[in-house]
Design a protein around this ligand. Structure first.
Ligand SMILES: *Cc1c(COP(=O)(O)O)cnc(C)c1O
Length: 387
């Protein structure tokens, strides 16, 4: 077997850190109890582990433990936030504001709500991906109940100004939800300081296991109501029924703890790797940065390349590096990325894009190999197109 490609797709998912795995293992076997059982030791052990994890996660985002609702990931957290608020507040208004560059796990629940009679405003973004706050203010109506703006974009890494958005929403009495799947443990997040009312999290983008996440739901100033989207045993104070998955939850808390503890130096290291890669591409003509280098996730680099076919480029690189194109479905997708077109990229350039997600286990040597091979592939595809 030849070597496996270098993994540079950290926005899609990440490997489980061994420290996380080791924390999880005892909860699959020895300590396998149901956290809701209160009649014997097995249940108490599991319940204590979940309690600990809940406190850890709450502390990190400056929340209280009762404000954390465990879910299967950020998709479920987004659905619970958006549909849960819509259902709980529809008598106050039926208008929701979100942004054109959001993840499908926000856009699709919003589109679903439109079929039920809600009205949704999809705000445009500036050419570098940032939200224009004046447009947000102008879009607010009497009947607006919720604003949903992601913390960090999963394609172009752009970081939205959460505190400013929270301020605008709270001054108007509107709830503010943020999808922080890509941001947690990578940038500081403080639900009190940033006036966030609901926040979606997931573990598998931060070296934790797949299948677990959380929704933060504010309990004071204001006390946010959400209608449950899963009914059953009444776990999570009735907000999300279903037996809690202790190993996943323990792993999630461990992953966040490690990410936050290492955030400062790791973000510097990732930024250096990004600059290393970008400086290689910058030496070529016709390579454009999507998003911006300053207000973005350190590990994200998204470029559009003139004069090549996007899927041909991915094909040429697939044995070297695991990356995505700008669009979620990569090589097989026929539609260009909705994020890149929202930036104003013409269709051809939106299709010919590469999204690099640099992560914890990548090295400068790997970046050098990928940069060199990608540039060689671009040059040869351009030459083939000319002849
Ligand atoms: C990955 C991702 C999601 C989906 O999270 P899951 O935990 O896989 O359901 C939602 N939003 C953003 C921004 C993401 O990057």
């Amino acid at each position: 077997m030849s070597q496996r490609p270098i993994y540079l797709d950290a926005h899609a998912t990440t490997p489980v850190d061994e420290r996380v795995l080791n924390a999880m293992l005892p909860y699959f076997t020895e300590h396998f109890g149901n956290p809701s059982t209160n009649t014997h030791l097995y249940g108490w052990e599991a319940s204590a582990a979940v309690k600990n994890a809940r406190e850890t996660i709450a502390n990190i985002i400056n929340a209280t433990p009762e404000e954390i609702v465990f879910t299967s990931g950020a998709t479920e957290a987004n659905n619970l936030a958006i549909k849960g608020v819509a259902e709980a507040y529809f008598d106050r208004g039926k208008h929701i504001i979100t942004v054109a560059t959001e993840h499908r796990a926000v856009l699709n629940p919003c589109q679903y709500l439109e079929t039920l009679g809600f009205e949704v405003t999809y705000l445009p973004v500036l050419p570098d991906g940032l939200l224009d706050l004046q447009k947000l203010t102008a879009a607010i109506r009497e009947d607006t109940i919720l604003v949903s703006v992601m913390a960090a974009n999963n394609e172009i890494g752009v970081l939205q100004p959460l505190a400013a958005i929270g301020e605008i929403c709270h001054s108007q009495g509107i709830l503010f939800h943020t999808d922080a799947a890509q941001a947690i443990a990578k940038i500081p997040l403080d639900v009190a300081g940033m006036k966030i009312d609901l926040m979606s999290l997931t573990a598998h983008k931060i070296y934790g296991p797949k299948g677990v996440g959380a929704l933060y739901v504010r309990r004071r100033d204001p006390r946010v109501k959400i209608a449950p989207q899963l009914q059953g045993g009444g776990q999570e104070r009735g907000r999300r029924s279903g037996t809690l998955y202790t190993p996943q939850i323990v792993g999630f808390a461990k992953a966040i703890t490690i990410g936050v503890a290492e955030m400062q130096w790791e973000s510097k290291r990732l930024l250096q790797l990004k600059q290393q890669l970008w400086s290689m591409f910058e030496s070529l003509d016709g390579v454009y940065l999507n998003g911006n280098l300053t207000t973005s996730l350190q590990g994200n680099l998204n470029i559009s390349i003139e004069g090549v076919d996007g899927s041909a480029l991915l094909l040429a690189l697939q044995s070297v590096v695991a990356v995505s194109s700008g669009s979620a479905c990569a090589a097989t997708s026929t539609a260009p990325s909705h994020v890149l077109t929202a930036l104003g990229r013409e269709e051809k350039l939106a299709r010919a894009s590469l999204r690099f997600g640099i992560g914890r286990f990548n090295t400068p040597e790997e970046i050098a190999i990928v940069g060199k091979q990608a540039i060689a592939a671009i040059k040869s595809l351009r030459q083939a197109n000319q002849s």
